[in-house]
Design a protein around this ligand. Structure first.
Ligand code: AMP
Ligand code: ZN
Length: 674
């Protein structure tokens, strides 16, 4: 291919992928299989790597995230992000309507919209490009989270051709679909990572992550519902038309919107959605009612806190009464004890509810639950049933309060509770059956060591027969052929199959092994980060809590848990045994053959695009000459290798810290200088 052909190919692929993204994420219309989409994306990635000079800075390949910032900047909103007045009652809505009529008369329309339960975001576009995304924050100023927002596929990074103003702001709600919430939360539960109470918390927790590559893994969506720009009325006379129109620029606008002339129509819309909301794929917590006409909105103006031309009507959560039969205490593989309320089955929001999570001891105390109490149950965020209170009028006369147990219901060991934590743990890690079995079951799991021919039940049977006491024993099973043959329902073929699966698992990379150990709070992502940072188990074991906490997105609690695990002599012994069995306890790096040591002791960061080398090539060059790559700009950085189109925030930060910036020629000179 000639250079011109390549440039054209990159342009065409970029346009094609942008089109598919728009069709898929905004119009929910899939024109191409995921597989073919990924192939094309990979092709584009490869071309961009080879010819960065032709890459569009807003290319669809940028959506995978990865640009790491260490802290969000805050920025003032040009138009403050006010909250809406809200109400739960028809009377108050009637009053709202009356106030409006007093000011602007009877000639007006309402636009009714769903009130999405997520977090609001302000997006600024300049010349058709997404320039920045800022959270609501305190309404006056918010966090700049542009990189994270760029990972949301339904938010256009580049607008479609259109008659949009050169600069405008558009606001909407970021949210997570219910199905994604349930799937991801289940994954987190399996990984012993903290779960989120509802999709809204999941969405807002995600937007606040530092690592946009992690954000990219969590599917979020966004509906837009306000447009702001200078001289807006030159473009549109009313809100309804603005929403209709921004769809053509590439924005995702919810289709369940209605224009109403009469308050009665508004009430009808509310009633309809109060039940119909349970059939939506995402959560709404009410209806937003807005006066349509922009000039009338201006006449109505604002109170100190809210616009006078809009209000939100919130749905009451569906609530039922039922009897609390018993509380059971489940011990998980990490020893965490979870109280679960067993309820008299009751129908709530379309499903039968039999159990509700009580989270921890504080929750039981807060609710002051007594034996045989009649409790109110709500579906928090429509998904997880929750006890929200007790009907005291129905409390039985001689009943007593539930008391959280002092000792483990499975093994009798005294429970402990770490400072600052709400959860009780059974500390008997090596002697408490559900913990022992759970740890082994976790270890062999599909996303962990993925041992073929061995399932959860096998583990349980082997444990009961005394064949397995901990994860190390799994690798010693091959020496117990006779005992295995004596087990019922275990033919030679299954034994061979299982033993082969066990052998094969030894090829799993270090990050998987680390994840499989089942260290409390260490999920898949955290394990990967630790493996990449420390490179082997010994370095990790020698690191202080502070050093572990220094790794991106790893908090104090995780660091302490890792430290505690690796300080335990039993675990140390297990790790030695696993190593002897041949498991991988270090990452496999391409052997770096040092071309020179001319950059030794120096740290580098690469930013922007370069004429002669890809970023990967530059990094390789640096490392093969003894230099070290850093992932973010800090005072520890010696050189910033700066190419074209470097991000302005990086530039500003480097300038502020006085870090020398060099180009690729300077880097080569540095390497060859000695
Ligand atoms: P509140 O937080 O209860 O004051 O409600 C105001 C918030 O509702 C806004 O800040 C938005 O985040 C959110 N919201 C959800 N859907 C809409 C919508 N269709 N129009 C305006 N705001 C909405
Ligand atoms: Zn126990």
């Amino acid at each position: 291919m000639s250079v011109m052909d390549i440039e054209k190919k990159i342009k065409d692929l970029t346009a094609e992928l942008n089109h598919y993204n728009y069709q898929y994420y905004v119009l929910a219309d899939s024109l191409i299989s995921d597989y073919d989409f990924d192939l094309k994306l990979k092709e584009l990635e490869a071309l961009e790597r080879q010819y960065p000079e032709f890459a569009d800075p807003n290319s669809p390949t940028q959506r995978v995230g990865g640009d790491i910032t260490s802290k969000f900047k805050t920025e003032k909103h040009r138009w403050p992000m006010l909250s809406l007045g809200n109400t739960y009652s028809q009377e108050e809505l009637f009053d709202f309507d009356q106030r409006i009529r007093k000011i602007i008369g009877d000639q007006f329309e309402y636009v009714c919209e769903l009130k999405f339960d997520g977090l609001s975001i302000s997006l600024t576009y300049e010349n058709g490009l997404l320039k920045k995304a800022v959270t609501r924050g305190d309404g006056t100023q918010g966090d700049v989270v542009t990189n994270n927002i760029k990972t949301i596929r339904s938010i256009p990074i580049r607008l479609k051709e259109g008659d949009y103003p050169s600069q405008f702001e558009i606001r909407g709600e970021i949210f997570m679909h219910k199905s994604a919430f349930l799937r991801l939360n289940k994954e987190r539960e399996e990984n012993a990572e903290q779960t989120y109470a509802n999709p809204r918390n999941f969405a807002s927790g995600t937007i606040k992550l530092q690592d946009s590559a992690e954000v990219a893994k969590r599917p979020l969506d966004c509906f837009l519902y306000f447009l702001y720009c200078d001289n807006r009325t030159n473009l549109f006379h009313d809100h309804w038309n603005s929403l209709e129109h921004v769809k053509s620029w590439g924005f995702h606008v919810c289709e369940h919107t209605k224009k109403c002339n009469l308050l009665a129509d508004v009430f009808e819309f509310i009633d309809y959605w109060d039940t119909e909301r349970h059939n939506l794929g995402y959560e709404i917590d009410g209806i937003v009612i807005k006066v349509n006409d922009y000039a009338q909105q201006e006449d109505l103006g604002f109170t100190a806190k809210n616009p006078r031309w809009a209000i939100s009507y919130k749905f009451k959560a569906e609530r039922v009464e039922t009897t609390l039969n018993t509380i059971s205490y489940q011990v998980g593989r990490t020893g965490a004890v979870t109280p679960v309320a067993n309820l008299q089955p009751v129908l709530l929001a379309g499903t039968t509810v039999k159990r509700a999570s009580l989270h921890n001891a504080n929750e039981i105390a807060r609710l002051d639950l007594h034996q045989g109490d009649t409790v109110y149950v709500e579906k928090g965020g429509e998904i997880i049933p929750k006890i929200i209170g007790v009907n005291l009028e129905k409390r039985l006369p001689d009943t007593t309060a539930f008391i959280y147990p002092n000792s483990c219901p499975e093994c009798g060991t005294t429970l402990i509770r770490q400072e600052g934590e709400a959860v009780h743990y059974c500390p008997n890690e090596t002697g408490c059956p559900p913990q022992i079995v759970g740890k082994m079951q976790h270890f062999i799991g599909r996303k962990m060591m993925d041992i073929e021919g061995m399932g959860d039940e096998t583990v349980e049977t082997f444990f009961k027969k005394g064949l397995l006491h901990n994860i190390v024993d799994i690798y010693g099973l091959k020496d117990h052929q006779e005992a295995l043959q004596q087990l019922d329902r275990f033919g030679q073929k299954s034994i061979d199959n299982m033993l082969a699966g066990i052998e094969k698992s030894k090829e799993k990379p270090f990050e998987k092994v680390l994840f499989s150990l089942g260290i409390r709070h260490v999920g898949e992502t955290i394990a990967k980060k630790l493996a990449q940072h420390f490179k082997n188990i010994d370095a990790l074991a020698q690191a202080s809590t502070e050093e572990i906490e220094g790794v991106q997105d790893i908090g104090r609690r995780i660091a302490e848990s890792v430290k505690e695990y690796l300080d335990n002599p039993i675990h140390q012994q297990q790790i030695i045994s696993l190593r002897n069995y041949g498991l991988k306890l270090e990452i496999e790096e391409r052997e770096i053959i040092l071309a020179s040591e001319n950059l030794s002791g120096k740290t580098f960061l690469i930013s922007g695009v370069f004429a002669d080398y890809s970023r990967e090539q530059l990094a390789e060059l640096i490392e093969s000459n003894g230099g070290k790559m850093l992932s973010s700009i800090s005072a520890k950085l010696n050189y910033l290798v700066a190419g074209d189109k470097m991000g302005p925030s990086k530039l500003a930060k480097a300038e502020k810290l006085g870090i020398p910036m060099i180009n690729e020629q300077d880097l080569l000179d540095l390497i060859h200088s000695k």
